[in-house]
Design a protein around this ligand. Structure first.
Ligand SMILES: Cc1cc2nc3c(=O)[nH]c(=O)nc-3n(C[C@H](O)[C@H](O)[C@H](O)COP(=O)(O)OP(=O)(O)OC[C@H]3O[C@@H](n4cnc5c(N)ncnc54)[C@H](O)[C@@H]3O)c2cc1C
Length: 449
């Protein structure tokens, strides 16, 4: 065991940075997290994140046991199916989402804000808000000083960039590591899950995740999120004993305004949108999606129309360009800061959590005297670069603007091919099973690292 308490500075209090901070604190490190958001509840973070086996097992390893239980208790009802639909709301195929056979497997739906509040719980002395990182200096002895917009600075033994896709740390440390447009723009909005809104959805989508694949590569994902608390933030009736207690006594709910909602996310290749799309306001964006989906089923168009303009925004989807491993120093990166990916496979947050668990494991080996700091960081980076960039490329293959589905003629053939495949697979149990298994595997099921 090394007796010098290594001081780790983490830039960014997002999913990966906070999970790492929990893990390192539990392993006996001195850790400080610096977040540019001004307050604990700032930002538009209410959207869904799907946490698969990779994410759950990382959280289990990193969070204090009771907080991990709170994470599970504050998730929305898990999806039962993954349903592919036509734009006329006809089901092409409904794949069962594997139920959790133990507490780390299966698929969980969580609101980004709720997860954020879970991760802030008990970390009030570790996270400093309103600290926008600007640049760092690395000293000859390896120590690193981080500088912030307000003129303050902090020095530590290791600096971890967890500052997301636009990472300033990465821009200074690895200027050759580029992030490029994936050629996709997405527009998303939420609406309260009122009985009227829910009635617009087919049953399978109410209980699961719907993916509408329309002509021209126009795609829309639908999530129904039902939480264990009601509109007033009180635990709903019928929530299982321990969960009701955990949610009831969790202070995070004071900062979390997430309530039951339906979320739609529409995307298409960038060339299909007007040039000023990124500047349009919520109402204009909803009108635009309605125009683009003029031939779609009226119920779907109504759901789009009901989107709350204040929750609607455009995202220019970006993807990292993989780089070879760099010389190891006392600065490292995790999550979107190094491997941002398109939402194609829904594994960005899961991969950030996997990074946090792996880095904690390697640094713990250093603390226990089994590895030098250099070897601990080097080993982490070797592994993270491999699986992180693999996920980047796989996500881009699934949701990239250069895919055949977005091309004028080829796109029609690709859509017809996909629909024929789903038609056959939905009738041949072994093919259907194979599709469901593949979905489970790329989200970290069956992995045991
Ligand atoms: C539409 C969409 C849907 C998605 N759905 C899923 C999904 O279902 N499942 C999944 O696994 N992933 C999903 N993702 C990806 C996921 O959101 C990200 O991969 C994940 O949030 C990355 O976590 P992170 O900790 O690396 O970065 P972030 O969560 O982005 O955190 C970065 C933090 O750093 C802070 N920061 C930034 N710059 C500075 C600075 N200069 N100084 C201080 N602080 C700073 C930010 O404010 C933020 O709090 C989705 C992404 C999108 C766009």
């Amino acid at each position: 065991m090394t007796d010098s308490p290594l001081r780790v500075l983490v830039i960014g209090a997002g999913t990966g940075g906070m999970a790492l901070a929990h893990g390192l604190r539990r392993a006996g490190f001195e850790v400080a997290v610096f977040e540019r958001d001004r307050t604990r509840s700032a930002g538009l973070h209410g959207y869904r994140v799907g946490i698969g086996p990779d994410g759950s097992s990382a959280l289990k390893r990193l969070l204090p046991p009771e907080l991990y239980e709170t994470f599970k208790a504050t998730c929305a009802r898990p999806p039962r199916h993954f349903v592919m639909l036509t734009e006329r709301l006809r089901t092409s195929i409904a794949l069962p989402v594997r139920p959790a056979v133990d507490e780390e497997s299966g698929e969980r739906s969580v609101s980004r804000m709720t997860l954020r509040q879970v991760l802030f719980t008990g970390m009030e002395d570790v996270v400093r808000f309103d600290k926008e990182f600007t640049h760092y200096e690395q000293h000859p002895d390896g120590r690193v000083t981080a500088h912030f917009q307000d003129g303050s600075q902090e020095t530590g033994d290791l600096l971890v960039a967890a500052d997301g896709a636009g990472s300033r740390v990465r821009r200074q440390y690895l200027p050759h590591a580029r992030v490029e447009d994936a050629g996709i723009i997405s527009i998303a909005a939420k609406l309260p899950a009122t009985p009227e809104a829910l009635a617009l959805l087919p049953d399978s989508v109410r209980n699961g995740i719907g993916l509408v694949l329309g002509p021209k590569g126009y795609t829309c994902i639908l999530h129904t999120m039902e939480f264990p608390w009601d509109g007033e933030g009180r635990v709903k009736d019928g929530i299982g004993g321990n969960d009701a207690e955990l949610v009831g006594q969790w202070p995070g709910l004071l900062f979390d305004n997430t309530r039951d909602y339906v979320n739609w996310g529409f995307w298409a290749s960038t060339d299909k949108f007007p040039p000023d799309v990124m500047k349009r306001d919520g109402r204009e964006l909803i009108d635009l999606v309605q125009e683009m989906t003029s031939g779609w089923h009226p119920a779907l168009r109504e759901l789009i129309r009901l989107g709350d303009p204040s929750t609607c925004f455009p995202i220019n989807i970006r993807t990292s360009v993989p780089v070879p491993q760099w010389p190891t120093t006392t600065i490292t990166l995790l999550g979107d800061a190094i491997h941002t990916m398109t939402p194609g496979q829904g594994v960005g947050a899961n991969t950030a959590l996997r990074d946090a668990a792996l880095l904690t494991k390697r640094l713990t080996a250093f603390r226990e005297g089994r590895l030098s700091l250099h070897d601990a960081v080097r080993g982490y980076e070797t592994e993270m670069i491999r699986y992180g960039f693999e996920a980047v490329l796989a996500s881009k293959r699934q949701t990239g603007g250069d895919q055949p589905i977005h091309r004028p003629y080829l796109g029609r053939l690709a859509l017809a091919g996909m629909r024929s495949y789903f038609f056959v697979a939905s009738r041949v149990p072994s093919m259907k099973q194979k599709m469901a298994d593949a979905m489970h595997t790329h989200r970290g099921g069956d992995r045991d690292d």
